[in-house]
Design a binder for this molecule. Structure first.
Ligand code: ZN
Length: 291
């Protein structure tokens, strides 16, 4: 049994929600359950966009848009943002410089007004990374922020805190991933890019409040991440895994799925469910999936 905070409002189907966004550009949309006449007033909608074996997450609040990662070059992130009516991105986070996260970032910077851009102090010798830096250089009004644990920002009821990167230097680029926790009313969300177990250990030792109703499984559900101790500390109702169908890495790994099963965490996957949208009214979490 799922906690009663998690409601499957799947009957709304994502498409209806997307059409609503397109029309009014706000998440303050009232959904009416045709069965119970319950009225919902959401304060945030989080779109875990199906990008294949890559990552892109859109967070929408009232007059607020934020993008975490942009998927591979020529992925569908631009189309998706246009589809839901995004024009301005208040914050963009490039979690770390791997192409499955920043491949299309230069296009995002070029095609949308990006107010704030957060990235770790990590470099990668790829065309995607060079193009991203060039696009930032040309985007004079974008405020570029170097990610640092403890950095905070907010928009209305949405409060964001960066938990990582904690250390200055890592051997593995994945561990530079920007870690962010969102508090939306009394509900919470955790995003940790592709951070692996070394970072999870640091986070457990950091004393940060890791609890989150919804956890985006790090590193596409790889067994390098989502260690039992970390999942236990987060204690999520729902885990979202972003991975491609039949990907060559075998993501998500069975160890990760077993950990979620052992802790009674419901799992949604972009390879199976397509794009997943999670809503919060500040007290309860609900979601719709593309399939
Ligand atoms: Zn990745």
């Amino acid at each position: 049994m799922l906690d009663k905070k998690l409601k499957n409002r799947i009957y709304t189907i994502a498409l209806i929600a997307l059409l609503c966004y397109t029309m009014v550009h706000t998440v303050y949309i009232y959904f009416t359950n045709p069965e119970s006449d319950t009225v919902y007033s959401d304060i945030v909608a989080i779109h875990y966009i199906d990008m294949g074996q890559a990552d892109a997450t859109l967070i929408q609040g009232e007059n607020f848009n934020m993008l975490i990662d942009a998927g591979e070059y020529k992925g569908n992130v631009i189309n998706y943002l246009n589809y839901v009516g995004v024009e301005t991105l208040d914050y963009v986070i490039a979690t770390h410089p791997h192409t499955d996260h920043i491949g299309n970032m230069s296009e995002v910077i070029k095609q949308f007004e990006v107010k704030n851009f957060i990235m770790p102090d990590a470099v990668h010798a790829t065309a995607s990374f060079e193009h991203m830096l060039k696009a930032l250089d040309n985007s004079k009004d974008t405020n570029v922020i170097q990610a640092e644990a403890g950095y905070k920002f907010e928009s209305g009821p949405l409060k964001f805190t960066l938990y990582g990167p904690i250390s200055q230097e890592y051997e593995n680029l994945n561990n530079y991933s920007v870690v962010v926790r969102l508090l939306a009313g009394n509900t919470s969300f955790l995003f940790a890019g592709d951070a692996e177990k070394e970072v999870e250990r640091e986070l457990l030792e950091s004393g940060y409040d890791l609890s989150a109703d919804v956890y985006k499984a790090s590193h596409h559900g790889s067994s390098t991440s989502s260690t039992p101790a970390f999942v236990e500390a987060i204690n999520p109702l729902l885990a979202i895994i972003s991975c491609g169908k039949d990907n060559s890495y075998g993501h998500p790994h069975k160890e990760t799925l077993e950990t979620f099963e052992n802790y009674g965490v419901k799992v949604l996957r972009t390879d199976k469910n397509g794009t997943i949208i999670v809503y919060s009214d500040g007290e309860e979490i609900s979601y719709g999936t593309e399939r």
